[in-house]
Design a protein around this ligand. Structure first.
Ligand SMILES: [Zn+2]
Length: 229
């Protein structure tokens, strides 16, 4: 990646991700960020090594017979047949999953590929399109496409909002976010994300509660709220 990613999940989230204690939907956003971010890949490796080290220091009662049985079972497994090996090679040679929206093709991070293959129908509103991903139940997880020169109306958050930029760039009152940047907004944050005049943007959006739009006519805001959640 040509540019440096500026917005990372931070150590507590990376640690919880390595420990496997995050909700599946939050873990998805963190995993997809890690796929795009060499810095957090390194941190995650360090955290995992630390965890393994801590585990290794814990006294473990080892049953010798179990170990021998396990070794025996591993050795007894038939070697991979030529055909299976060929299939595996084929699978790994397959190009990365991509999705197409607004006649644009986007390659997705590994962590999202399987889910994105089963995304819901694209719903369009103005220059914005959203497709739900079949992820966990605690959060609303979707792909969010924003055409160039388009603004998401100003909103605050009733819960946690995580937005991972997958391609392109968005700006809001607080900064500028490019591919790999992870924005985490809490209920106190109000912002108006928009794209630049010459570039569209694809994001992963993870929401724990609906957005709350601030401006405009109430009768128009309710459909807007439903559109995003
Ligand atoms: Zn990072």
């Amino acid at each position: 990646m040509a540019h440096a990613i500026k917005f990372h999940p931070g150590m507590p989230l990376l640690e919880q991700h390595a420990e496997g204690t995050l909700s599946a939907d939050v873990a998805l956003a963190v995993a997809a960020h890690i796929d795009l971010c060499p810095h957090c890949q390194q941190l995650s490796r360090d955290i995992t090594a630390d965890l393994a080290c801590q585990l290794a220091q814990q006294p473990v009662k080892t049953n010798t017979t179990d170990w021998q049985q396990m070794l025996h079972d591993i050795m007894a497994q038939p070697p991979l047949s030529k055909q299976a090996a060929a299939t595996q090679a084929q699978l790994s040679a397959q190009p990365a999953e991509s999705i197409i929206v607004n006649q644009r093709e986007f390659v997705l991070p590994r962590a999202l590929q399987r889910l994105a293959a089963n995304h819901g129908k694209w719903l369009h509103l103005g220059g914005i399109a959203t497709a739900k991903l079949p992820a966990g139940n605690d959060y609303h997880v979707s792909l969010l496409y924003i055409s160039k020169d388009t603004e998401v109306p100003q909103h605050t958050h009733l819960g946690l909002e995580m937005t991972l930029v997958l391609a392109g760039k968005i700006v809001d009152e607080n900064g500028e976010y490019k591919a790999g940047d992870l924005l985490i907004n809490s209920p106190d944050d109000t912002h108006t994300p928009r794209t630049m005049a010459d570039e569209d943007c694809l994001c992963l959006s993870v929401l724990s509660a609906p957005l709350k739009f601030k401006k405009g006519l109430t009768r128009l805001l309710n459909p807007l709220q439903q559109f995003f959640y």
